[in-house]
Each structure stands twice: as structure tokens, then as C-alpha cells.
Design a protein around this ligand. Structure first.
Ligand SMILES: Cc1cc2nc3c(=O)[nH]c(=O)nc-3n(C[C@H](O)[C@H](O)[C@H](O)COP(=O)(O)O)c2cc1C
Length: 191
């Protein structure tokens, strides 16, 4: 089972990175192979909205790193998105990647049936973690994926961190639950 985590934070060692690594460690302990992509370390130009990607390569294909993200998204069975909450939503880095991944949708629905789950890290309680997770769920549904939340015992919208990830024991429990949920959903629906 292949699991890809994508970090939408500008900080490769921040709260989102910690939470994602916590989830990936759990997934590896269950037997998954994992990869992590930091969007902050990649160059991804904004979608030009031209739809010239239908049946062809994106106009940016040879000019940025989005093809690496697409290739790894195709490799995975389960996709774990992690984003800090910015102004109550996913970061621009994350949204930019989401827009560009339209190429996978318009060229044969390449993400169809894969499992997706989200982690949102905010500085404050009620800071927008739920809407940020819903941004991710909408993305999964637009890609014809299966969206999962963190599952019992809490089962809300996914994994949510408040403040410093290392110190948020309850938040990290939702991260572990989400990892288990992704693993079981991939086992049941993929491979
Ligand atoms: C531009 C900006 C906007 C932010 N907006 C919110 C917000 O709406 N709600 C919130 O709870 N935290 C907000 N934060 C705080 C971050 O979500 C929080 O510090 C998060 O843990 C950062 O994750 P990182 O360490 O992975 O980058 C904002 C931070 C920045 C820089």
C-alpha cells in the first residue's frame, strides 16, 4: 500500500510537518510505504485556466515541478493532505497544487477511487480547521476520490491540531485515528 503525504505549509519543520510525520509513522507501522512532498520546496506555477492540458501536457509541464506531484499522486493508493489554516482556509500553496491537479481529472480521472484524508493545523481553537478540512474533502470529491474523516472514537471532519502540534495530545490522537482510517479504507477499496 502506497501513501503520499503533501505538506501545504511554507515551513518544512513546522506543525503540519510534525502532524504529517506522526500519521506517516503510524501508517508505516501498519505496513504502508510512504512518501512526503513539501510544496514549499517545489516550484508550482498557478493554473492558467486554458484547459490546454486536455489530452496534452500542461503548458507549464517543462517549466515547473508539478509533474513530480502528479506522478507521485498516481503512485499512491491513499493521499494525506496537510495544511496550516490560513485566513480560515487551506494555504495558497495547497490550493495552487489542487488547481493544477485538474490535469489528472480531465485526462482519465486518474485519482478515481483513491482514498483521501486531511490534517488541518491552526493557531487557535475554532480557527478554521473544519473549513480547511472541508476544502480538502471537496478536492477529494472533485477528483472522484473517497474522502475519509478521523473515524471513531471522535470522527469529525478529519485530524485537527490547535497550537503546537507536539503539545496537542488530543489533536495527535485524531491524526493517528485518521492514519488508521486511511489504511483500512485503502485495504477495503483499493489494491
Ligand atoms: C497568513 C496566516 C494566516 C493564518 N490564519 C489562521 C487562521 O485563520 N486560523 C488559525 O487558527 N491560525 C491561523 N494562522 C496560524 C497557523 O495556522 C498556525 O501557526 C499553524 O500551526 C502553522 O503551521 P505550520 O507550522 O505547519 O506552518 C495563520 C498564520 C498565517 C501566517
Amino acid at each position: 500500500m502506497n501513501i503520499l503525504a503533501i505538506n501545504g505549509s511554507p515551513h518544512p519543520n513546522g506543525n503540519t510537518a510534525f502532524a504529517l510525520e506522526h500519521a506517516l509513522a503510524k501508517l508505516r507501522s501498519l505496513g504502508a510505504e510512504t512518501r512526503l512532498l513539501d510544496l514549499a520546496e517545489l516550484s508550482i506555477l498557478p493554473c492558467g485556466g486554458c484547459f490546454r492540458c486536455i489530452g496534452a501536457a500542461c503548458i507549464h509541464h517543462d517549466r515547473d515541478d508539478m509533474h513530480l506531484v502528479e506522478e507521485t499522486m498516481c503512485w499512491c493508493h491513499g493521499l494525506l493532505l496537510g495544511s496550516p489554516v490560513y485566513m480560515g482556509m487551506v494555504t495558497g500553496l495547497m490550493k495552487n497544487m489542487m488547481d493544477r491537479s485538474v490535469t489528472l481529472r480531465v485526462n482519465g480521472w486518474q485519482m478515481s477511487g483513491k482514498v483521501g484524508g486531511g490534517i488541518a493545523c491552526g493557531g487557535f481553537r475554532n480557527g478554521g480547521q473544519e473549513l480547511t478540512l472541508q476544502n480538502m474533502q471537496t478536492f477529494f470529491l472533485q477528483q472522484d476520490m473517497l474522502a475519509v474523516a478521523d473515524g471513531p472514537r471522535f470522527s469529525h471532519s478529519g485530524a485537527a491540531i490547535v497550537g503546537k502540534a507536539q503539545e496537542d495530545a488530543l489533536g495527535l490522537q485524531t491524526v493517528e485515528n485518521l492514519a488508521e482510517k486511511i489504511f483500512s479504507a485503502v485495504q477495503n477499496h483499493q489494491q
